[in-house]
Design a protein around this ligand. Structure first.
Ligand SMILES: Nc1nc2c(ncn2[C@@H]2O[C@H](COP(=O)(O)OP(=O)(O)OP(=O)(O)O)[C@@H](O)[C@H]2O)c(=O)[nH]1
Length: 600
C-alpha cells in the first residue's frame, strides 16, 4: 500500500497532538491514582506504627504496674530496684527505671541521689500530679545517657508524706528502629510529633528530634484539638521539597503519628510507568513515519530523475508535488538556453530575459512563499489570488528554471528542499537532452526537430512566419574535387554565415546534408526577401580556403509563407528551392500558389 507522504504528514501533527493530549490525560490520571496509592500506603504505615507504639506503651505500663505492685506490697526499695534492673536489662528500649521515695532518687545500674525537692522539680520527668496518676513526659535529652527519651511516670501514694514515683525512661531512637523500616513510596518515612508542643519525638534524622515539625502546624494542632484527629496534610515544604503526610492523633499519649512522601516521588512513579512507555511509542511512531515519508519522497525523486522529455518531467513533477506537499497546480518555467527567456512548460507564457531581470532576478535566492496579496509577476499570472511557493532551480549556480506551486497544503522547508534537489537535477538532465536533440553537432545550428517545434509553436500562436530552404549548389562537385573533409568545412562556413546574418528571432537549422532551413517571423515577404538575398550574396562573396585549397560557394533558396500545416509549409519552400535549382541556381525563389516568383 502506497500512502502519499503529504497525507501522512497531515495526520502526523494531529496524531502527535492527540497522543500528547492522551499522554497528559493518562499522566494526570496515573498521577492521581499514584497519589491515592501513596496516601493509602502512608495510612497503612501510620496504622502499623500506631499499633506498634500502642503495644510498647501497654507493655511499658504493665512493667510500671508490676513495679507499683511490688512497692505497694512491701515498700521495699531494694525489691523494686532489683525487679527494675531485670526489666531494663531485658528491654533494650528502656534507658533507666527510677524510684523516687524517702526523698531520694534510686536509679537502675546503682544510681542513687539524695533528692532535694527543688532539684527533683527540675527533672524533665517531673510535674505536679496526683497519686494514682500515670503520665508521659515531653521528649527530653536524658542527662545520664545523653539520649533522647520520654518517661512514663506513675505517681504512687506518698509514704511518710514524701512523694513516691516510679519513672520508666524509654529510649525513643531504639523504639523507632523497627518503625524506620516502614516506607511510603521509596523514601517516605514514619515520624511522630507531640500534640502539646508540636515538637518531633521520632524522626529518621535524629537532629530533628526535639525540634518543631514543619508539617504539623499550630493550625493543624488546633484542628486536632477540636476533634479532627485523623487526616491528610495535602502539602507542606520540608528541605525545599513539597511533601504530603497522613496523620493520626488518636489516644497515643498525645503523640501524632505521621507518614508521608515527597510529591516528586509520585511524579517520578507516574513518569516511570505510563509516560515513558507512551513517549517511547510516540517517538517510535514519528521516526517510523518520517522514514516512510522520506523513502516515498525518494521513490518520487527516482521517477523524476528517469524522465527524458519535458512532457514526462511535467507529469512526474506534478505527481511528486501532489504526493509530497499537495497543491492546486504547478507551473514550471525553464530557461531557453538560446534566447535566455523563461518559457512555461505548460502554456505559451514566456518571460523575456529583460522582464525577468527587471522583475525577479534580485528576489531569487532560496525558495519564497508568496502570499495571495503579494504575488510576483508570474504567480499573479498563473494563479491569481492564490498563495504560491516559488522554487528557483539552478545548475552550476546558474538559474535554469522556476517552479511555482500554487496553494501548497504543506510548506515544510525540508520537503520543499528535497523536492527542489530532485526537480533541478531532472530539469538539468532534460535540458541537456533537449539541447543535444535540438542542436546539430557539426555546425552548432539548431536541428531539424527544433525548427519543426518552433514552426508548430508559431502555428499554435497564430504568429505569421516564412520558411526558407537553403541548398549549396553543386556540392557534389566540391566534394568530388576537394574531398569530403573540405566539403564539411564548406558546410560549416555556410552555417556560420547563415547564423551571422540572421537576427535573434530567426531560427536557422541544418535540415540535412548540405541543406539548411530558416524560420523567419514576419508579416510580409518584402523584409524576408531582402534578408534572403543578402544571405545569398554574402555566401557567394565568400572565398573559402582550407589547407591550400580554395573555392567559391553559391546557394539556392526557396521561400514560402508559413501556413497552418507545418509539413505543407516546408514542402512549399522545398518546391521553390527546386524551382531555384531549375532556374539555374544561385538565386532566391518565392513560392506562389500558381507560379514561382524569382527575386533579384
Ligand atoms: N562532405 C559532406 N558531403 C555531404 C554531406 N551530406 C551530404 N553530402 C554530399 O552532398 C552531395 C549532394 O549532392 P546532390 O544531392 O547531388 O546535390 P548537388 O551536387 O549539390 O547538386 P544540386 O543540389 O543540384 O546543386 C552528395 O554527394 C552527398 O554525399 C556532409 O555532411 N558532408
Amino acid at each position: 500500500m502506497n500512502v502519499q507522504p503529504r497525507l501522512l504528514i497531515s495526520i502526523i501533527f494531529p496524531l502527535v497532538f492527540f497522543i500528547l493530549s492522551l499522554l497528559v490525560y493518562v499522566g494526570y490520571s496515573e498521577y492521581k491514582s499514584n497519589q491515592n496509592a501513596a496516601i493509602e500506603q502512608a495510612t497503612s504505615n501510620v496504622r502499623i506504627a500506631r499499633e506498634y507504639l500502642a503495644h510498647h506503651f501497654v507493655s511499658a505500663e504493665s512493667h510500671l504496674y508490676l513495679l507499683e505492685q511490688l512497692w505497694e506490697e512491701k515498700n521495699s526499695i531494694q525489691g523494686v530496684m532489683e525487679a527494675a534492673q531485670t526489666i531494663v536489662s531485658a528491654k533494650s528500649q528502656y534507658l533507666e527505671v527510677g524510684l523516687l521515695a524517702n526523698g531520694n532518687y534510686y536509679g537502675t545500674d546503682g544510681f542513687y541521689k539524695v533528692a532535694a525537692f527543688e532539684e527533683i522539680a527540675k527533672r524533665p520527668w517531673y510535674k505536679p500530679a496526683f497519686s494514682g496518676q500515670i503520665y508521659i513526659t515531653p521528649i527530653y535529652l536524658s542527662g545520664s545517657t545523653g539520649r533522647w527519651a520520654v518517661a512514663l511516670v506513675s505517681v504512687l501514694e506518698p509514704l511518710q508524706r514524701q512523694e513516691v514515683r516510679i519513672i520508666l525512661e524509654i529510649n525513643v531512637a531504639s523504639l523507632y528502629e523497627s518503625l524506620s523500616l516502614l516506607k511510603t513510596l521509596d523514601n517516605g518515612y514514619v515520624y511522630a510529633v507531640e500534640r502539646r508542643t508540636g515538637n518531633i519525638v521520632m524522626h529518621p534524622d535524629l537532629s530533628r528530634v526535639g525540634k518543631s515539625s514543619s508539617s504539623v502546624s499550630r493550625d493543624l494542632l488546633a484542628r486536632i484539638d477540636s476533634g479532627e484527629s485523623t487526616g491528610t496534610i495535602a502539602s507542606y515544604v520540608y528541605n525545599d521539597e513539597e511533601k504530603f503526610s497522613v496523620y493520626d492523633a488518636r489516644s497515643l499519649h498525645g503523640w501524632v503519628v505521621l507518614s508521608g512522601a515527597a510529591k516528586s516521588e509520585i511524579i517520578m512513579h507516574t513518569f516511570g510507568i505510563s509516560a515513558v512507555t507512551l513517549s517511547l511509542l510516540v517517538f517510535i511512531l514519528i521516526i517510523g513515519l518520517s522514514i516512510y515519508i522520506i523513502q516515498r519522497v525518494h521513490i518520487y525523486g527516482r521517477q523524476l530523475s528517469e524522465v527524458e522529455s519535458i512532457h514526462e518531467l511535467n507529469t512526474a513533477l506534478r505527481q511528486m508535488v501532489e504526493g509530497v506537499i499537495g497543491c492546486q497546480s504547478i507551473h514550471l518555467y525553464m530557461r531557453n538556453v538560446y534566447s535566455g527567456d523563461f518559457e512555461s512548460a505548460q502554456c505559451k507564457h514566456c518571460l523575456s530575459e529583460k522582464e525577468f531581470i527587471g522583475n525577479l532576478a534580485t528576489q531569487l535566492g532560496r525558495f519564497a512563499k508568496l502570499p495571495a496579496k503579494q504575488p510576483d509577476m508570474v504567480s499573479a499570472f498563473i494563479a491569481p489570488g492564490k498563495k504560491c511557493i516559488r522554487i528557483p532551480l539552478t545548475k552550476n549556480k546558474q538559474l535554469i528554471g522556476l517552479l511555482y506551486i500554487a496553494s501548497p497544503r504543506l510548506e515544510l522547508p525540508l520537503l520543499i528542499n528535497m523536492l527542489r534537489t530532485y526537480a533541478q537535477s531532472a530539469l538539468g538532465h532534460v535540458m541537456l537532452a533537449l539541447r543535444i536533440q535540438q542542436t546539430d553537432a557539426m555546425t552548432g545550428l539548431r536541428s531539424k526537430y527544433y525548427l519543426q517545434a518552433q514552426i508548430e509553436k508559431h502555428i499554435k500562436a497564430s504568429a505569421p512566419y516564412y520558411v526558407a530552404m537553403v541548398d549549396i549548389d553543386d556540392f557534389k562537385v566540391i566534394n568530388d574535387t576537394h574531398g569530403h573533409l573540405f566539403g564539411d568545412k564548406v558546410i560549416i562556413a555556410v552555417a556560420d554565415c547563415l547564423r551571422r546574418e540572421s537576427d535573434r528571432h530567426t531560427v536557422v537549422a541544418r535540415y540535412g546534408g548540405e541543406e539548411f532551413a530558416i524560420l523567419v517571423p514576419a508579416e510580409d515577404i518584402v523584409g524576408v526577401k531582402m534578408v534572403l538575398e543578402y544571405i545569398r550574396e554574402s555566401i557567394s562573396s565568400m572565398q573559402l580556403e582550407f589547407s591550400g585549397k580554395s573555392c567559391v560557394v553559391q546557394v539556392s533558396i526557396g521561400v514560402a509563407k508559413g501556413g497552418d500545416d507545418m509539413e505543407q509549409s516546408i514542402a512549399r519552400a522545398d518546391k521553390a528551392l527546386y524551382q531555384a535549382k531549375e532556374n539555374g541556381k544561385n538565386q532566391v525563389v518565392i513560392y506562389c500558389l500558381n507560379s514561382m516568383l524569382q527575386t533579384a
